[in-house]
Ligand binder design. Structure first.
Ligand SMILES: Cc1cc2nc3c(=O)[nH]c(=O)nc-3n(C[C@H](O)[C@H](O)[C@H](O)COP(=O)(O)OP(=O)(O)OC[C@H]3O[C@@H](n4cnc5c(N)ncnc54)[C@H](O)[C@@H]3O)c2cc1C
Length: 508
């Protein structure tokens, strides 16, 4: 039986599914020597295999060069630092995790990994939907590089590449300033900014990557580059939308901040007349001012075998409660919500009421950018797909984030983030738990794939690179569109040997 704690079940699974080289050597030795040896001899042998293991891969040599720790499986914190957000990928376990404390640590790891032909990967917040910050080699974990500094003369804030949304929340609050940020505390700023960065501020202030003014990156050859509008401009262009893990390992990001005061936050839920209410919401959002940041979701959950749907709007409005209420009046005229919270709060207190932790779970999300408004038949399709959802022990959600506003102040080629000019980012999310068996999962995955494919009739073929999707066909075109040739040229220039790679990375 699976443990109810995914992290516990992960470490057990890891131990049985994929023995380490040391385990293998140790058990082979025991087998070949049979039962004739006493315990002390076996212990001695285990010591020898440990030595042999170190001689094959000189982990001690790397550990001695680092200011941070080098963790091997079994050591304290190893599981915490290696567990990905997407738990279905947790059976991939690194041979070691370098917990970098300095930029020089990152350089050392890259040089050491190259010298020993050890696969490597960068890990910041670990929230890749595809588990792409995992490796069976060396994980270069930058989460301890989470410093924050603010210059009041320029309004620029510099964060270490291990910072999370949580760091932004905590450090920006006393400054009464903000950076366009995501909604889940645990998501890494590195992954967020490198792939674009959507959030409730984007219509008023642009994407997280639009606020980026400078970044430092360690390249495959060990050099550290500063990238901004004047230096290494091609790489700076690519770092704003091409996604993490493609060109090198970033150590810091400098952002332009904006001042904040109060905000009206909202969370309204409907359980009746969902089709009509959704139509009214969509119509309101199509002409809403840029001060509205909103996510609209329709969620299915199973109750007594039937899919029960609920419709939610969540977000913030940078304006008065009265103005927000008049914006949503046509929606309330269709149907009163079953639950509603509307509050006027200081900006950062408000963000807390519409944010989530983002703890690890089992989930698969598939996205599509949308032009204009979804027609009635698309809404019917969404509702009928959710009603016919096969079901897991958790939920399935179709949602959209309202785009437009300042996102479109840049053209699709101004930065590597090509998806400008769309009205919505839609996505379907399937969640499950270890209680769901393989046959249930297979049925649900087929449902997700059919739903995603059918929606293409009403959407663009483009997908959000930060909702990275291991099952997306033609993913390079879907994530990067017309910017792909330029990205490949930049990849060839800065990482010609393709040191930084993962199943959906930009090829050389
Ligand atoms: C619960 C949840 C909520 C989310 N909310 C939002 C949201 O509100 N807005 C939004 O836009 N997206 C959101 N996302 C998507 C998120 O932006 C991406 O998953 C992002 O890649 C996560 O970054 P990370 O640093 O946490 O992940 P990681 O898994 O650590 O890294 C993601 C990728 O970047 C690489 N990478 C990590 N660190 C570095 C580095 N220092 N240098 C170079 N490459 C690096 C990794 O190797 C990997 O390929 C959410 C995801 C989850 C799971």
């Amino acid at each position: 039986m699976e443990s109810s704690s995914p992290i516990v079940s992960r470490s057990l699974k890891t131990a049985s599914a994929k023995p380490s080289r040391r385990d293998f050597l140790r058990s082979s030795a025991k087998l070949s020597l049979g039962v004739g040896l006493g315990l002390s001899s076996l212990d001695w042998l285990a010591g020898c295999t440990q030595l042999a293991d170190h001689r094959i891969t000189p982990w001690d040599e790397l550990a001695a060069k680092l200011q941070g720790s080098l963790l091997r499986p079994g050591m304290s914190s190893f599981v915490d630092l290696s567990t990905p957000w997407a738990l279905q990928y947790a059976s991939t376990v690194p041979q070691a995790i370098a917990q970098c404390r300095t930029e020089a640590d990152v350089q050392t790891c890259i040089q050491w990994a190259k010298a020993h032909a050890m696969p490597l990967v960068a890990r910041s917040g670990g929230h890749s939907y595809g588990g792409y910050s995992l490796t069976t080699g060396l994980m270069i974990n930058v989460s301890a590089l989470n410093s924050f500094s603010y210059d009041p003369n320029t309004g620029l804030a510099t964060v270490g590449s291990g910072a999370r949304n949580r760091t932004i929340f905590t450090e920006c609050k006393p400054l009464n300033r903000a950076i366009p940020h995501g909604r889940c505390y645990e998501v890494g700023v590195a992954g967020l900014v490198l792939g674009g960065g959507i959030g409730f501020d984007m219509r008023l202030h642009g994407l997280t990557c639009d606020a980026l003014r400078e970044t430092r990156i360690v390249l495959a050859d060990g050099r550290v580059l500063t990238c901004n509008e004047n230096e290494n401009t091609d790489l700076f262009w690519a770092c704003r939308g091409a996604g993490g893990g493609n060109f090198g390992i970033h150590t810091s990001f400098t952002f332009e901040t904006f001042p904040v005061s109060t905000v009206t936050t909202f969370n309204l839920v409907w359980t009746d007349r969902i089709v009509d209410t959704f139509a009214a919401i969509q119509s309101m959002t199509q002409s809403a001012p840029n001060v509205l940041g909103i996510k609209v979701s329709i969620t299915a959950q199973k109750q007594a075998g039937a899919s029960v749907l609920s419709l939610t709007i969540l977000g913030h409005f940078v304006g008065s409660e009265a103005d927000f209420r008049s914006l949503i009046a046509p929606i309330l005229a269709v149907q009163k919500p079953a639950e509603q919270t509307i509050q006027v709060l200081p900006y950062w207190d408000g963000q807390q009421t519409i944010s989530e932790e983002g703890k690890p779970e089992y989930a698969h999300e598939r996205s599509r950018f949308v032009n204009g408004q979804l027609p009635d038949e698309a809404i019917q399709l969404i509702i009928s797909q959710l009603k016919n959802w096969p079901g897991t022990s958790k939920a399935a959600t179709w949602k959209y984030f309202l785009l437009g506003g300042q996102i479109d102040a840049q053209s699709p080629t101004d930065t590597a983030f090509v998806h400008r000019g769309y009205s919505m980012l839609s996505s379907t999310e399937l969640e499950w738990t270890p209680a769901d068996d393989a046959a249930t999962l297979a049925k649900n995955e087929k449902w997700l794939s059919d739903f995603h494919n059918q929606m293409e009739a009403y959407t663009s073929p483009y997908c959000y690179q930060n909702f990275i999707d291991p099952s997306q066909d033609g993913y390079l075109q879907a994530y990067y569109g017309s910017n792909l040739p330029q990205l490949r040229a930049i990849k060839r220039k800065y990482d010609p040997e393709n040191l930084f790679n993962y199943p959906q990375s930009i090829p050389v």
